[in-house]
Design a protein around this ligand. Structure first.
Ligand code: HH2
Length: 271
């Protein structure tokens, strides 16, 4: 068990079709108050996304992503120094975002979407999240298959970290993420959550995204709606905290901050 505080990354989706809050915060007048609310709820960083990665989601053109993201990055930056992450697979979007004030490139393709992605990450000098995904968002849930999901995901993440280092990304800029729900069935997600210590052992800070995800509904039919998955999201976030993840990516910031605070106090009392 770690003594380190687990950081909370609050999600702001500027997408019409995200699985949990698609369409709610598409426009700046809605997205900005939402971002400000997450900051007030004590998010340690924000993750802004303009392209949904849910299974079956349609791709978004780089110009459209940039058009949605940049005004929000600038507006958040005007009022806060909070670290801003952008959830994009496209180097040109990451470049524009960093120029506008973003600090972190959260890439669910782990710098594989474009051949120049590792070089661009090195050149930008921002932090980079390398996430595991089997397949691509549109088709990833069609037939996920692993012989040993934990070994394959940790091997993949180690290889992507090596590729980033080889391109010149500084070691201390690299985060890893097992990609819960990305080309994975329930048993794959559970095996990864049970063995997060193996991802942590790779030696990079680990970001965990479990918030409102479908595996929770697979375990509790009463959680068919994403809004009914808070309790399961908190349970999985705490499992991550116990395994030593550095940060959790969540939609419900206030509840997660409280859950982590209680968990940490109990852990500290145990010595
Ligand atoms: N999950 C989602 C999106 N981006 N990035 C990282 N690093 N890790 C994750 O687990 C992760 C992620 C999916 O959640 P959400 O943003 O709510 O949905 P959508 O992709 O449909 O916008």
């Amino acid at each position: 068990m770690t003594d380190n505080p687990v950081q909370v990354m609050g999600v702001v989706n500027l997408t019409p079709d995200s699985f949990s809050d698609g369409g709610l915060f598409l426009e700046l007048p809605d997205a900005l108050p939402h971002a400000r609310r997450l900051i007030a709820e004590q998010a340690d960083m924000l993750d802004l996304g303009a392209e949904s990665t849910r299974p079956g989601a349609l791709p978004v053109a780089a110009e459209d992503e940039i058009e949605r993201l940049i005004p929000l990055i600038r507006a958040v930056r005007e009022g806060s120094a909070i670290p801003i992450s952008v959830d994009t697979m496209k180097p040109e979007v990451a470049r524009a975002a960093v120029a506008a004030g973003a600090d972190i490139w959260n890439d669910v393709s782990a710098l594989r979407h474009a051949p120049e992605a590792p070089d661009v990450a090195a050149e930008l000098g921002c932090q980079v999240v390398l996430m595991h995904m089997q397949g691509e968002p549109r088709t990833m849930q069609d037939a996920p298959h692993y012989d040993d999901v934990v070994a394959e995901v940790t091997g993949f993440l180690a290889a992507r970290a090596e590729a980033a280092l080889a391109a010149g990304v500084a070691r201390e800029k690299i985060w890893l993420d097992p990609g819960i729900g990305f080309g994975k069935r329930l048993e794959h997600n559970l095996a990864l959550l049970a063995h997060l210590d193996r991802v942590v052992a790779l030696g990079f800070p680990v970001l965990l995204g479990v918030s409102r995800k479908r595996f929770i509904a697979a375990l509790d039919p009463a959680a068919a709606e994403t809004g009914d998955r808070l309790a399961g999201s908190l349970a999985a976030a705490l499992a991550g905290a116990a395994a030593g993840v550095a940060a959790v990516r969540v939609h419900d910031v206030a509840a997660t901050v409280q859950a982590l605070r209680v968990w940490r106090a109990i852990a500290a009392a145990g010595g």
